[in-house]
Design a protein around this ligand. Structure first.
Ligand SMILES: C[S@@+](CC[C@H](N)C(=O)[O-])C[C@H]1O[C@@H](n2cnc3c(N)ncnc32)[C@H](O)[C@@H]1O
Length: 326
């Protein structure tokens, strides 16, 4: 569904009022993204996960004027934040998943993009909202959909309907949780004895109780919440679809940059970039945050940036892909 230009307010009819919020999210690896993506005037830039617009605000002026910026997000409320942040820039905000970048380019008669950025996962803003259920630090409703209007199962639906084995598989596959079976058993026992699990607080408490053992650096609920969020939003399927098509969506010499936050995503990005003959991997090793950035923005601790360039057709005898700018 196209989202209006940032300068125009969204239509108010039939749209439930959304709280006007200030963004608390800080973009990660911003300098590295600027340097490795190297957008230049006149280019077509696509931010597939615009969030509150932190990266786009920095990158868009590098391609404008003359260029064009498309910015997608699956979460309509994030697009509201982006619209406020980017109101001074002619950025086209689009309510669509990044797995559909190809369709969005086509709708606008754009053949290919010069630069595509993905900053995966969820933002600090979504974590802070009490009606989404991403955080186990409070007792919120267990939803976890990026788009609350999408007719997909919420985290509460999954936790209360799947059997023990299905839940364990989700925790193991998407959370790499070694106590997956034990946790799934505890959840099923709890919902049978104490009624449906509807809140983040109760879920987190059941997880913590079921894996009680030597103290670990991270809250035992972390991996289970990550796993449920990935399952609810089918996140890896979106990433796989993107990775299968990104080389076609990029113009020759175009670059794709992906920031991931856990090994399930990073492994896929690394492999897909490496295995695609049309792509030249520019980052031999993933770019990570400096100690200074981690100090000032702890969220950047697990961020990994990988960048690939679509080979140029050799026109002038130079080896394709060796020129850093297009
Ligand atoms: C880490 S935040 C992006 C932050 C942004 N780079 C910034 O600087 O403000 C990730 C964003 O991706 C969005 N998202 C998650 N999955 C998506 C998908 N499949 N398609 C589009 N957006 C998605 C989330 O709603 C969230 O707003």
């Amino acid at each position: 569904m196209p989202y209006p230009f940032a300068q125009e307010p969204p239509p108010v009819s039939n749209v439930p009022e959304r709280p006007l919020l200030e963004s608390v999210h800080r973009p990660v690896l911003l300098d590295a993204v600027r340097e490795w993506l190297a957008p230049a005037a006149g280019m077509i830039l696509v931010d597939g996960t615009v969030g509150a617009g932190g990266h786009t605000a920095a990158l868009a002026p590098m391609v404008l004027p003359g260029g064009r910026v498309l910015a997608l997000d699956r979460d309509p409320r994030m697009l509201d934040l982006a619209a406020a942040r980017l109101a001074h820039l002619p950025v086209e905000l689009i309510h669509a998943p990044y797995s559909q970048i190809g369709d969005e380019l086509q709708k606008r008669q754009i053949e290919q993009a010069d630069r595509i950025l993905l900053d995966l996962g969820f933002s600090s803003d979504q974590l802070a909202w009490t009606d989404r259920g991403f955080s186990f630090a409070r007792d919120d409703l267990l939803d976890m959909r990026f788009d609350p209007d999408e007719p997909i199962d919420t985290a509460a639906d999954l936790v209360n309907s799947l059997d023990e084995r299905q839940l364990a598989d989700i925790f193991y596959q998407f959370g790499e949780e070694r106590y997956a079976r034990r946790i799934a058993r505890a959840l099923v026992w709890s919902r049978e004895h104490d009624g449906p699990i509807q809140t983040t607080g109760r879920l987190a408490e059941i997880v913590r109780r079921s894996v009680r053992g030597p103290r670990s650096r991270i809250d035992p609920a972390t991996r289970v919440f990550q796993a449920l969020r990935i399952a609810v939003n089918d996140e890896l399927a979106h990433l796989d679809r993107f990775l299968a098509h990104v080389a076609d969506w990029l113009a020759p010499g175009g670059r794709g940059a992906i920031i991931s936050f856990h090994s399930l995503e990073d492994r896929r990005v690394k492999q897909a970039f490496r295995d695609q003959p049309a792509l030249n991997v520019l980052t031999r090793k993933p770019i990570t945050a400096s100690e200074a950035e981690i100090q000032s923005n702890p969220r950047s601790r697990s961020a990994k940036l990988r960048v690939a360039e679509r080979w140029k057709r050799p026109k002038d005898g130079t080896r394709p892909g060796t020129n850093p700018t297009r």
